[in-house]
Write a protein that binds this ligand. Sequence first.
Ligand SMILES: NC(=O)c1ccc[n+]([C@@H]2O[C@H](COP(=O)([O-])OP(=O)(O)OC[C@H]3O[C@@H](n4cnc5c(N)ncnc54)[C@H](OP(=O)(O)O)[C@@H]3O)[C@@H](O)[C@H]2O)c1
Length: 308
Amino acid sequence: MQPSNKILITGGTGLIGQELSRKLLHKGYEVSVLSRNKKTDAGIKTYHWDLLNNEIEKEAIETADYIIHLAGANIADKRWTEKRKQVIVDSRVKTAELLYNKVKKSKSRPKAFISASAVNYYGTLTSDRIFNEEDPPAGDFLGETCRKWEQAAKRFEESGVRTVIIRTGIVLSGKGGALAKMLKPVRLGLGAPIGSGRQYMPWIHIDDLCNIYIKAIEDKKMKGAFNAVAPEHTTNKEFMKTLARVHNKPFLAPNVPAAVMKILLGEMAGLLLKGSRISSHKIRSAGYKFLYPGLESALAQQTEKNIM
Ligand SMILES: NC(=O)c1ccc[n+]([C@@H]2O[C@H](COP(=O)([O-])OP(=O)(O)OC[C@H]3O[C@@H](n4cnc5c(N)ncnc54)[C@H](OP(=O)(O)O)[C@@H]3O)[C@@H](O)[C@H]2O)c1
């Protein structure tokens, strides 16, 4: 039985938050969620926050031993207009600042603040270079977003709270997210590389990602940024080909031209057309052993469980 530490998860209603909550409850933790909508879920208390009015239910902060900050407007849901970009930044940065300000006023301090970030911190650059945690942030929109997001999280560090930042790759889950979107054409027998297909796609199985968050709670030596990506480096072409094979579908279609993606998605297309290689060395050196280090087994597990 694990100590009954109380974990507060912002954005805990999302893809990662729901799975992480399930695993934490299974391990004996008490989980509560901070959401813009007040609703109750079996076993999980939902607290409300109102970002426009800078409000968080007081009890949420006072009872939290650990805060995990996952909240953020989905980057792939809508076209990146200037307005949408601001929502993407504010929903991560202003929320982290609001949490910090409320913690500062509270009598209690969390034992750790653990924040999501993304491997987009390093920018999207198709090359053989392997980026690690020492590399600087990129100057593109998502690189800047991650820099501001991490800077807001680091205010906790400056006030003496252990702070861990999880720079996450594309999360593979049978319950939604990027994999569900990529699977649609594959199921129709239209699996194809996007653009040149040579761009890297740093990915991680959702079970590994949740285990890394749990390690960040339990391993007091963990501090600072960690890349959360599988050790295997996969190009877009290899990814799409493996996905088609695992689903017994053909991989015949010609590459989807970059120009089509740009027309369909605008600036967001860069996310799919370019991609960097990211190192998993630091998290492995911290003692984390991946359940799914390779893509084939990661995708096969989702089909075996019949959740895709
Ligand atoms: N999934 C991935 O492949 C991936 C990869 C890299 C990084 N990440 C990062 O990991 C975090 C969690 O990812 P996820 O896939 O679980 O995301 P998700 O399914 O889109 O859920 C994010 C949650 O954030 C909250 N949220 C959405 N818009 C918001 C807004 N405008 N203001 C405040 N809160 C808002 C929502 O909770 P309520 O509606 O309950 O408020 C939502 O359930 C995100 O910050 C994401 O950028 C994810």
